[in-house]
Design a protein around this ligand. Structure first.
Ligand code: NDP
Length: 246
């Protein structure tokens, strides 16, 4: 059997890298996108040193034309996308009364519109082949909100509506669609938060530590497996107990 092809957007980042590695370990052919070729080639080299052969293609997920071209390139150079992980994301934190239209739009565009931009050119092939896995990487803050993150929380909450609608539309076609909502994970995104704020966050997490990217990747690998065929329209919270009972 030829190996399944997984597109992990933002695969060069902290959580994305861990997802790429985990899926590759599980035998999938992994592709990610880049905006900065130099950075992506350096990442590809690091992966090669670890024994992974990752494919990279150019593509800004916030740009519908670029995302469609990225998918077309993958289809012609690697093959059809069986597994899509919408992981690319950014923050532009500030309280809402200070937020600029640019900070609002950039975050909605990269985190939420990207789900349309990348999933749209991929879904028809999955429907034709009657097999597919789509995962959105949302956030704990899309469920509980966060001071200074009205833009990010709105985008991440929007992913849930997208997930459950897409799950309903494709449930009979062998396609599952789910959301993974990480809590605070030790990546550049969280290490950019001022240290005293981070210390308060960690003090609030029942397990007493930040998450590891591999702990998110493991859940993604589970949800994209054949064995998870009856899990669709779900959200998996992974946050060290930071947000229980919702
Ligand atoms: P990183 O900042 O480490 O990685 C983000 C990745 O997204 C990078 O590869 C970046 O590429 C890519 N990216 C950003 N914008 C675009 C774009 N317009 N087009 C293509 N690629 C883009 O973040 P994390 O690994 O921490 O986060 C990954 C996901 O997990 C995000 O969606 C984030 O919101 C979510 N998340 C993270 C949490 C955490 O605690 N870290 C908690 C909850 C959710 P480039 O190098 O080009 O910028």
């Amino acid at each position: 059997m030829t190996s399944r092809i997984a597109l992990v957007t933002g695969g060069t980042g902290g959580i994305g890298s861990a997802i790429c590695e985990r899926l590759a370990r599980n035998g999938l052919k992994v592709v990610t996108n880049y905006r900065d070729e130099g950075k992506a080639r350096a990442w590809q080299e690091r992966m090669k040193e670890k024994g992974f052969d990752m494919a990279i293609v150019p593509g800004d997920v916030g740009d519908p034309a670029a995302a469609a071209e990225m998918v077309a390139t993958i289809q012609s150079q690697v093959g059809p996308v069986d597994v899509l992980v919408n992981n690319a994301g950014i923050t532009r934190d500030t309280t809402f009364h200070r937020m600029t239209p640019e900070q609002w739009h950039e975050v909605i565009n990269t985190n939420l519109n990207s789900c349309f931009n990348v999933t749209r050119p991929v879904i028809e092939g999955m429907r034709e082949r009657k097999w597919g896995r789509v995962i959105q990487i949302s956030s704990i803050n899309g469920l509980k909100g966060q001071y200074g993150q009205a833009n990010y929380a709105a985008a991440k909450a929007g992913m849930h509506g997208f997930t459950i609608s897409l799950a309903r539309e494709n449930a009979k076609l062998g396609i599952t669609v789910n959301t993974v909502s990480p809590g605070y994970v030790a990546t550049d995104m969280v290490m950019a938060v001022p240290e005293e704020v981070r210390a308060k966050i960690v003090a609030d997490i029942p397990t007493g530590r930040l998450g590891k990217p591999e702990e998110i990747a493991y859940a993604v690998a589970f949800l994209v497996s054949d064995e998870a065929a009856w899990i669709t329209g779900s959200n998996l919270d992974i946050n060290g107990g930071h947000h229980m009972g919702w």
